[in-house]
Design a protein around this ligand. Structure first.
Ligand SMILES: [Zn+2]
Length: 444
C-alpha cells in the first residue's frame, strides 16, 4: 500500500518522465518498417536542426565535401537521410573536448543547462551540456529497458554505482541515495573489502529489490562473495542490469548463479544514453527510436559511430564513442521490432602493441587466465614496448609452474621478447569513473 502511494507521488513528480516512457513503449509496438521510417525522419530532422542551429556543425559541414547532399535538401524531405548522414564527417572525442561551446544549439536558455562528464575510461574524459529533459528521457529509456525483465515502474531497484565523481559532490546521482519516494537506493561501490561485500549482500536481503544495477566488475565480485559464503538472495529479484563496462561470460555466469535471475547487458554512455539493451533471449537490441548506430571498420576494428536522435541541446552526430561492435542480422524470438547488434570486447580496455607492430586485442589477455582458480582480480599493464605487468589479487599464490607457463604463452603468442612480470597485490585501484580495466597500455 505504502509503495503504491510512493509510486503515485513519484509519477506526479516526474510527469514528463512517465509521459516519455509511454511514448517509448508505444514505439516498441511499431513494425520494423514503421520504426525504420521514423528513424529516417528523426535523422533528417536532427541533421536539419544541427545544420541550422549549431555553429560547430554548420561550419564543419560547409567545409566538407558532403555539403552537396545537405544543400540539395530544401524543399524535399525525400532525400535519403542515411545517405546524407553517411557523407558527414565523424565526430571524435577530441572534437567534443575542443568545441564544446560551439556544439551548443543557438537560442537556448543557458541558465537551464548543466554540465555532465563521461567516465574517462578511455583516458579522455569528455564534458557535455545537458538539460532536465535529457535527464528525464534517459531515465524513461532505462525504465523501458528494465521492463524487459518483467520489472514494473514503482518496483525497487538497488544500484551499485562505482563512479567516484557521482558519489562525491551534490550531483544528480547522490540525490538518488536518500530519495524517500523513489523506489530506488544507491550504494557507493567505489572501493570495497570483503566486509563491505558482506554488508551489501545483507543490504540486498533486507531491501528486497526487484532489480540490481551496476558495473559488471562490481556485481561479479559481489556475486562471487554471495556464492563463496552461501548467502541466500531474496526471490524478489527479477533481473541484474549490467552497465558501463564489458560484461564477460564468466561474470554473467557468476551473477546468474548468485542472484538466481537473468542478467541484462545495457549499452549506453552518459553523453548518449540508451543505445541498446539485451532482451530475455540474450540479444542486444538497438533503440532505433533514440539513436542511429553505424559500425565502421577502421584501425582494423569495427568501431561504433552513433548519432543521437533526441539531443537537440548539444547534438552528437556521427560520434565515435570509443567502443567496438557490429550490427547483427535476423529477427529475435522475443518479438522486439528493434534490430540487433553485438558488442566488441574492447570497451574501456586497451589494445597491446608490440615492438614489431603487432596488435593484441584485450580479449586475448582476458582469456589467458581462464581455468585458473582463486583469482579475485587482475589487470594487465603494458608500461614498456617489451614488458607487460600482470597484477593479481589472489588469496593463494599460483604455482611456479603456472607462472612459467603464462610467461611462455605470452612469448609464444604476443612476442618472443615480451616479458611478463607477475605481481601479487592486495587490491587493484579502479579508474576515476569507478570502472575496472583489465588491460591497459601506458604507451603513447
Ligand atoms: Zn530479443
Amino acid at each position: 500500500m505504502i509503495s503504491r502511494i510512493k509510486h503515485l507521488l513519484h509519477r506526479n513528480r516526474h510527469r514528463e518522465r512517465y509521459a516519455l516512457l509511454d511514448e517509448l513503449l508505444r514505439n516498441q509496438s511499431l513494425s520494423n518498417e514503421q520504426l525504420h521510417r521514423k528513424q529516417q525522419e528523426d535523422l533528417s530532422a536532427i541533421i536539419d536542426h544541427a545544420f541550422s542551429n549549431v555553429p560547430y556543425y554548420r561550419e564543419m559541414w560547409e567545409r566538407h565535401p558532403g555539403r552537396e547532399s545537405l544543400n540539395s535538401r530544401p524543399g524535399g524531405r525525400s532525400h535519403n537521410a542515411v545517405r546524407t548522414v553517411n557523407s558527414l564527417p565523424i565526430l571524435r572525442k577530441d572534437d567534443v573536448i575542443q568545441h564544446r561551446n560551439e556544439m551548443l544549439a543557438q537560442g537556448l536558455d543557458r541558465s537551464r543547462l548543466k554540465i555532465g562528464n563521461t567516465g574517462g575510461s578511455t583516458g579522455k574524459p569528455v564534458s557535455f551540456y545537458y538539460d532536465a529533459h535529457k535527464g528525464e528521457l534517459m531515465r524513461a529509456g532505462m525504465c523501458r529497458s528494465y521492463m524487459g525483465s518483467g520489472w514494473k515502474p514503482g518496483q525497487k531497484i538497488l544500484n551499485f554505482w562505482g563512479a567516484r565523481q557521482d558519489i562525491k559532490g551534490g550531483n544528480r546521482f547522490s540525490k538518488i541515495v536518500n530519495d524517500a519516494i523513489a523506489a530506488e537506493k544507491t550504494i557507493a561501490a567505489y572501493e570495497y573489502t570483503e566486509a563491505q561485500l558482506h554488508d551489501w549482500a545483507s543490504a540486498i536481503r533486507s531491501y528486497q529489490p526487484v532489480l540490481l544495477q551496476g558495473y559488471a566488475s562490481i556485481l561479479a565480485e559481489l556475486a562471487r562473495h554471495v556464492i563463496d559464503n552461501k548467502i541466500r538472495m531474496p526471490d524478489t529479484l527479477l533481473g541484474v542490469f549490467s552497465t558501463a563496462e564489458v560484461l564477460y561470460g564468466w561474470q554473467r555466469e557468476l551473477m546468474e548463479r548468485a542472484f538466481g535471475c537473468k542478467v541484462f547487458n545495457q549499452y549506453g554512455s552518459r553523453e548518449i544514453p540508451n543505445i541498446a539493451c539485451e532482451c530475455r533471449h540474450g540479444n542486444q537490441h538497438i533503440f532505433t527510436d533514440m539513436v542511429y548506430l553505424e559500425s565502421l571498420n577502421f584501425d582494423q576494428e569495427d568501431r561504433l559511430v552513433i548519432t543521437s536522435l533526441t539531443n537537440r541541446v548539444m547534438p552528437f552526430i556521427r560520434y565515435e564513442i570509443g567502443d567496438s561492435g557490429r550490427l547483427k542480422e535476423g529477427i529475435c524470438d522475443c518479438g522486439s521490432p528493434f534490430p540487433m547488434m553485438e558488442m566488441g570486447l574492447c570497451r574501456s580496455n586497451d589494445i597491446i602493441k608490440t615492438r614489431s607492430g603487432k596488435s593484441i586485442y584485450p580479449s586475448y589477455f582476458i582469456h589467458l587466465l581462464d581455468g585458473l582458480d582463486g583469482i579475485k582480480q587482475y589487470q594487465f599493464i603494458q608500461s614498456e614496448p617489451d614488458k607487460i605487468t600482470l597484477n593479481l589479487v589472489s588469496p593463494s599464490s599460483l604455482s611456479a609452474e603456472t607462472l612459467n607457463s603464462l610467461r611462455a604463452r605470452v612469448r609464444r603468442d604476443v612476442d618472443e621478447n615480451m616479458v611478463l612480470e607477475i605481481n601479487a597485490v592486495d587490491e587493484i585501484k579502479r579508474t576515476v569513473s569507478g570502472k575496472h580495466r583489465f588491460v591497459i597500455s601506458n604507451l603513447a
